[in-house]
Every structure is written in C-alpha cells, then in structure tokens.
Design a protein around this ligand. Structure first.
Ligand code: E4P
Length: 246
C-alpha cells in the first residue's frame, strides 16, 4: 500500500518528501483554507514539483458541465494533477466526460513558476499528459455503491472517507474492505484511497482491508514514525557507546 500526504501545507510536504515514504498528495478546499492559501494553482504546482507524483486538486463547481470545464483547466497545471470530484450525479457525469477527453497538452504546466527547476522537461510533461489521460479522484465516498459507481464512471481513484463514517457511528473501514473485495472480484482497476484517516491504526487497517493508498495527515504520519521503544533504544545504544569511549 502507498502513502499519500493529506495536506496543502508546503512545509509539511517538504519535510515528509525527504523521508522518501510518500508517493502523492491529496488536497481539498478545506485543507487549502487551513494552509491559508487561496492561490490554488500555485500551491498545486509547487506540490507537483516537490512530490513528482499524483496530486489531487478538487473542483469547486457543482454542475457537470462546469465541473468538466474547471477540470480541463486544472488538468493543464501539471501532468501530475488528478482532478478530485465529489460523487454526485453531476460528479459522475463530469468524470465520464473527462474519461473521453484529452488534456490541452500544448498548455501543460501553464504559468508554473517551478518549470525551470523541475526534473521533468516540458516535452516529457506533454507526452506524459497525453499518455496517461486526465486522472480523476472520486471524493466524498461513503458507501460501497458510491465507490462502484465512481469506478464505473471511470474514476482513477476512489476516496473512501473512513474517519467521517466512524464519526457518525459507522464502520468506515468496512466500506474500504467491501470495495476492495468487489474491485478484485470484477477486475476493476480504480485504486482505492482510504481517506479521512484519524489515527495510525486506521493506516494499518486500511492496508489489511486492501486499500491501494492511505492518505494521511502530517500529524498522523509523525505518530506512525515514532515509537517510545525506538527512542529509549537509541538512548541506550548511545549511552553504552559512550561507556566504551566511542
Ligand atoms: C481526502 O482526500 C480528504 O482530503 C481528507 O482525507 C478528508 O479528511 P477529513 O475528514 O479529515 O477532512
């Protein structure tokens, strides 16, 4: 299972990228607000530059045609951008329209201020954007049926909001497990993201339930790294080493 970071905070992303454990990032308008950033394009492009992997950026339109237009615009920001679309009837329609569409590759990485430093040159970015098509992440998935519909509409990823289900007394991870079972039975290729992660055990459970990815807030990732026995173990090694004059 892969780990994505669930944040729009550039400092958090910079720090975690150095550990070499994340392969993507998910953002949403609330995370942008929490990071104090309204410049969605610039933030997203900087995250793409830092991570060089799938970065989900969410539409804020709610009608299918407008979501679609907004998605086409966002898709030009970088070949790494994945369009996050809520699972509604309009959202499903927008996803299926995007499945049959191509990004405007001549304008890929439009106005990106990281383009000079980026390891991916423009020509490669163009080819990548055309080869992979417009990726979509079906968000706000709270039931197995919503996950199935999103996959049928062509979503690249489906994001099951585990924590928010737990919050209202449902077993969020059961939706991940059922979705994984159904996708495996029918050879459905959409990847399952366990989202709305609230504690480290959610990450382990997501892996056991068959999620392809868990998208994890920075604070939870920190908790995953730490173990008190690791800390006391290091202290003891260093103390013993000092005693032999090391
Ligand atoms: C997923 O992509 C969402 O950004 C996120 O996991 C939402 O989590 P929350 O319930 O903590 O807001």
């Amino acid at each position: 299972m892969e780990i994505y970071l669930d944040t729009a905070n550039i400092d958090e992303i910079r720090e975690v990228v150095k550990m070499g454990v994340i392969t993507g990032v998910t953002t949403n308008p609330s995370l942008m607000q929490r990071a104090g950033r309204g410049d969605y394009r610039q933030v997203t492009q900087e995250i793409c530059y830092l991570v060089q992997g799938p970065i989900s950026a969410e539409v804020v339109e709610t009608e299918a045609d407008k979501m679609y237009e907004e998605a086409l615009e966002i898709a030009q920001w970088s070949p790494h951008v994945v369009i996050k679309i809520p699972v509604t009837a309009d959202g499903l329609e927008a996803m299926s329209m995007l499945l049959a569409s191509e990004v405007d590759a001549d304008h890929i990485c439009r106005d990106c201020q990281w383009v000079e430093q980026c390891p991916m040159d423009r020509e490669y970015a163009r080819e990548l954007a055309l080869a992979q098509g417009i990726g979509t992440n079906a968000t706000l998935v709270f039931s197995t049926n919503q996950a199935l519909l999103a996959a049928l509409a062509g979503a690249t990823y489906v994001s099951v909001f585990v924590g928010r289900l737990d919050d209202i007394g449902h077993e969020g991870m059961a939706v991940v497990a059922e979705t994984a079972e159904i996708f495996a039975s029918y050879g459905i290729e959409s990847e399952i993201i366990a989202a709305s992660i609230r504690h480290p055990l959610h990450v382990t459970d997501a892996a056991l339930a068959g999620a392809d990815i868990a998208t994890v807030p920075y604070s939870i990732l920190q908790k995953m790294v730490r173990h008190p026995l690791t800390d006391t173990g290091i202290d003891r090694f260093l103390e013993d080493w000092k005693q032999v004059g090391g």
